[in-house]
Design a protein around this ligand. Structure first.
Ligand SMILES: Cc1cc2nc3c(=O)[nH]c(=O)nc-3n(C[C@H](O)[C@H](O)[C@H](O)COP(=O)(O)OP(=O)(O)OC[C@H]3O[C@@H](n4cnc5c(N)ncnc54)[C@H](O)[C@@H]3O)c2cc1C
Length: 529
């Protein structure tokens, strides 16, 4: 059996950061295990290739939720990256950090050392922002962050329309004030996706003290008493074991990390016994506190302006392909959401509670993810602070079986009220004067939806997870916390969790940059200890 200092499970947004930073010290022997393959799929690296891999099982776990109680028993489609780079290799590349208040609240919840002022240096350390260095942004870090280069009159019109209904213009939604509408920045460098595999792993791969094993799926952590001493895994169908002298670090993401803990006997004893798993350590919070964002997609047919739809069909697609190949320009460089907004649905709120995720195209039917041929845009009206909590638990002792995932979205009156208010705001924005030259008609929910009940009905029928699961191994010091603020699993030695699952509350915004920040800070803490 090979022995390492650190074994990292999962080469996703967090795992690749950990592998780079820990192996930067040549004294550390590091093993990185990833269930998926190398990131050779061409479409991973072309920004608009997002559409190709969002349901490609070669690089994506393509999970599914359990029937959602408050949404007519819908099962959500839940893509997760299964490839080097993890979800950062298949995500929408939108660079969003969340609100200052998110992190101050983490600190307030008992996570000392995680206030905004504490985490800002790690956002800056990770980043190479093409806008240059500032108090908020960093340069020289591994993660390329760039402005949208393929701008369009339709985005400008929507930004103006937002201002016409009272949303302030915001040039940097990652600044100290998140509220406002404007262009996003994206994790794109030189026209190509900057996943954590590209940013962090590729520069470190040649180090003799780092071993990266793709197609290697961890089955469980190996314990001696209460100390984690290794990992059992399958590599290309062959059972293997590796030993960790210092620490096993789980970076499997918000669904896989709690499942792996349960498969290793860490969790709620009754649940484990039901699955026939011997209890290593009782920890009631494992898999609880699932939080995500809830998105309702409203779509409009557009006139007198181009959208992504027409540009990626037929001969136009060929032209865009050539332009991208020769110049790294055009439609293929687009992140999913070139523009967006963070809004307050009630003036008395201190900070935004809804995000407008503005996609420059429209799907024929939301389920089949095929773009319309005629011009269209989509506003994914996204609830940032749902009150409902869900959970994730192993349904079988078989590591290859998907865990059960329950979100409980729209479970509370406040969640429903916020959803409806956000949808009305989105409609008002699209009907504002600046949009008049371009507005053809509202496709969904459509003009027949004229009251709150009709909006709620649409949200219940078509709303979905925004693919930002977090919180299932939450950090904290209360009895339901799974890891402490140094991300060590409570009550065990030699075991940490470092990924989106440790967020005590999901941040108000997309979760890739916050997860990278978590890993940067975790690596610093580990190296300092
Ligand atoms: C389709 C999609 C679009 C998104 N768009 C955006 C966006 O535009 N902007 C944004 O900020 N966020 C976005 N997100 C969210 C963001 O990408 C995730 O929150 C973030 O990547 C989570 O990082 P992680 O390290 O926690 O998990 P992941 O990046 O998912 O990494 C987990 C890794 O662990 C591996 N793994 C799991 N189980 C095992 C095992 N047993 N053995 C070995 N390896 C294992 C997985 O294969 C995976 O590679 C999106 C997510 C998805 C899925």
């Amino acid at each position: 059996m090979s022995t390492y200092d650190y074994i990292i499970v999962g080469a996703g947004s967090a795992g690749c950061v950990m592998a780079n930073r820990l192996s930067a010290n040549p004294k550390n022997q590091v093993l990185l295990l990833e269930a998926g393959p190398e990131d050779r799929n061409y479409w991973i690296h072309v920004p608009v290739g997002y559409g190709k891999n969002v349901s490609n099982t070669a690089v994506n776990w393509c999970m599914e939720s359990e029937p959602e109680e408050y949404l007519y028993g819908q099962r959500y489609f839940l893509p997760r990256g299964k490839v080097l780079g993890g979800s950062s290799s298949i995500n929408g590349m939108v660079y969003v950090r969340g609100q200052v208040e998110d992190y101050d609240q983490w600190a307030q919840m008992g996570c000392r050392g995680w206030s905004y002022d504490d985490v800002l240096p790690y956002f800056r350390k990770a980043e190479h922002n093409e806008r240059g260095e500032s108090e908020i942004h960093g340069v020289g870090g591994p993660l390329g962050v760039s402005d949208v280069i393929d701008k369009s009159i339709i985005y400008d019109a929507m930004i103006e329309a937002g201002q016409e209904i009272g949303i302030p213009y915001n040039d940097d939604i990652n600044g100290r004030v998140q509220e406002g509408i404007g262009y996003h920045q994206a994790t794109i460098r030189d026209g190509k996706r900057c996943s954590t595999a590209v940013a962090y792993l590729n520069p470190a791969k040649k180090r003799p003290n780092l071993r990266v094993e793709a197609d290697a799926q961890a089955k469980h952590v190996i314990f001696e008493g209460k100390r984690a001493v290794g990992v059992a895994y399958d590599r290309k169908g062959t059972p293997q074991e590796a030993r960790a002298g210092t620490s096993v670090i789980l970076c499997g993401g918000a669904f896989a990390s709690p499942q792996l803990l349960e498969l290793s006997g860490v969790g709620q004893p009754e649940r484990l016994k039901d699955l026939g798993i011997a209890v290593t350590h009782e920890l009631p919070g494992v898999g609880e506190n699932l939080q995500d964002h809830f998105v309702v997609r409203m779509r409009w047919r557009i006139k007198n302006a181009e959208t992504l739809n027409e540009r990626v069909h037929g001969l136009r697609a060929l032209g865009e392909g050539i332009k991208y190949y020769l110049q790294r320009k055009g439609a293929l460089t687009l992140p999913t959401l070139p523009i967006g907004a963070f809004v307050r649905t009630r003036p008395e709120l201190a900070t935004p509670d809804v995000q407008f995720q503005i996609f420059p195209g429209s799907y024929k039917a939301i389920e089949d993810r095929k773009l319309d041929k005629e011009p269209g845009v989509t506003n994914g009206v996204t609830m940032l602070r749902l009150e409902g909590r869900g959970h994730v638990h192993a349904k079988s002792a078989d590591p290859k079986a998907q865990p059960g995932i329950w979100h409980n979205m729209l479970a509370t009156e406040n969640d429903r009220r916020t959803t409806i208010a956000g949808m009305w705001m989105a409609r008002r924005m699209m009907e504002a004067p600046a949009m008049q030259p371009y507005m053809s008609f509202e496709m969904t929910p459509g003009p027949e939806a004229q009251d709150d009940d009709a909006f709620l009905e649409y949200a219940r029928r078509t709303g979905a997870s925004n693919w930002h699961p977090a919180g299932t191994c939450k950090m904290g010091t209360d009895p339901m916390a799974v890891v402490d603020p140094s991300l060590k699993v409570h009550g065990l030695d030699g075991l940490r969790v470092v990924d989106a699952s440790v967020m005590p509350n999901v941040v108000c915004g997309n979760t890739n940059a916050p997860t990278i920040m978590i890993a940067e800070k975790a690596a610093d803490m580990i190296l300092a200890s």
